[in-house]
Design a protein around this ligand. Structure first.
Ligand SMILES: NC(=O)C1=CN([C@@H]2O[C@H](COP(=O)(O)OP(=O)(O)OC[C@H]3O[C@@H](n4cnc5c(N)ncnc54)[C@H](OP(=O)(O)O)[C@@H]3O)[C@@H](O)[C@H]2O)C=CC1
Ligand SMILES: Nc1nc(=O)c2c([nH]1)NC[C@@H]1CN(c3ccc(C(=O)N[C@@H](CCC(=O)O)C(=O)O)cc3)C=[N+]21
Length: 294
């Protein structure tokens, strides 16, 4: 193995510590804690685990967490009414509606109902537009975490060839916007791309957000490239247990890459740390129109 392993867990812990410092300053100035409301509809076990982790980390950062668990048969109108209440609640600085939502709920309608200035997920079209035009808004947590890991690993990204595999609104598209903002030359590959391997072979930076275990092969990776594996795939292990693997063949890629994120312990922890960061930023903007240094 030649690649440096990018320790997402350690970077995330360091970011959460900086956020906790900022939170202490906010509490001293504003006389209250930054507040994050997390809404979970239904009983999806993976979502329940993420929501519990988010709530625990919120408390550890010194912030107030408000967990709203609604039954799977909640109507769109009931969910929209809850979003309206959270928008109007001055103790709530950030709102996150856990995805995916049950199929009968109109996801777009719910996400666009969230006050853009409380949209710590960065999914509201206003924040998508702000990111695309270079205005201050909220950047989705997963691509923001990926960018932080890349900056910590490579420093300046200007001029590098970046290939993002995946074009979802949550990961691929905002990731491409962020890399473009850093003056990378960005290619976005997806399921209709004719030869994904050929694009990946040119890349100094590979971000894999496909949702297919070990989709990116080791012999696609350019020697020395930086590989960010966003994939979280639950697979059955030989011993009968459940294992978590990424979208990259880790062993194969680590033999040629310059640096690579593991799964678990890579992008996932950074996503949650960035949510804490965005919540503190939301609180600072709402209360004192200031940007914390993070
Ligand atoms: N670590 C973290 O914090 C997070 C991890 N994830 C994980 O990241 C992965 C991606 O998530 P998400 O973006 O939401 O997933 P989506 O399913 O929304 O998007 C997957 C993307 O991969 C593309 N794709 C599918 N098959 C191929 C193929 N054969 N060749 C090239 N591209 C392909 C799709 O293309 P097309 O658009 O053409 O269909 C699509 O753009 C998942 O494993 C998810 O669990 C997600 C969010 C946060
Ligand atoms: N509105 C919304 N915002 C999200 O940001 C959001 C969402 N919905 N729905 C689901 C996806 C997925 N996601 C992850 C967060 C943390 C880990 C994480 O911490 N993973 C650990 C492992 C955790 C485990 O063992 O399951 C790791 O990679 O080390 C993973 C995935 C956020 N998402």
């Amino acid at each position: 193995m030649t690649a440096m392993i990018i320790d997402g867990k350690a970077h995330a812990a360091a970011l959460r510590a900086r956020v906790a410092d900022g939170v202490a300053g906010f509490v001293a100035a504003a006389g209250r804690k930054p507040g994050l409301a997390v809404v979970l509809v239904g009983e999806d076990p993976a979502s329940a685990v993420y929501v519990r982790t988010k709530t625990r980390m919120t408390a550890e950062a010194g912030m107030a967490g408000f967990e709203h668990r609604l039954p799977a048969d909640t109507t769109s109108d009931d969910l929209l009414a809850l979003v309206d209440r959270l928008n109007a609640d001055d103790t709530v600085d950030g709102i996150l509606v856990q995805l995916p939502l049950p199929a009968h709920i109109d996801e777009r309608r719910v996400l666009t109902r969230i006050d853009p200035d409380k949209d710590v997920d960065g999914f509201h079209p206003v924040n998508v537009g702000r990111l695309a035009t270079g205005l201050h808004g909220f950047v989705p947590c997963t691509p923001l975490g990926c960018l932080m890991l890349l900056r910590a690993t490579l420093g300046e990204l200007s001029g590098l060839e970046a290939v993002v595999v995946g074009r979802s609104n949550i990961v691929g598209k905002p990731m491409a916007q962020l890399l473009l903002q850093q003056s990378c030359t960005v290619t976005v590959a997806h399921s209709r791309t004719r030869d994904v391997a050929a694009h990946v072979r040119r890349a100094d930076i590979v971000v894999a957000a496909v949702g297919i275990p070990h989709f990116i092969k080791g012999d696609w990776i350019k020697p020395g490239a930086s590989v960010i594996d966003v994939g979280i795939n639950r697979i059955a292990k030989e011993d009968g247990g459940a294992g978590l693997v990424g979208d990259v063949d880790f062993a194969g890629a680590a033999a040629v890459a310059g640096a690579i994120t593991p799964v678990p312990g890579g992008v996932g922890p950074m996503t949650i740390a960035c949510l804490m960061r965005n919540t503190l930023v939301a609180a600072c903007r709402r209360v004192c129109a200031a940007e914390p240094e993070l």
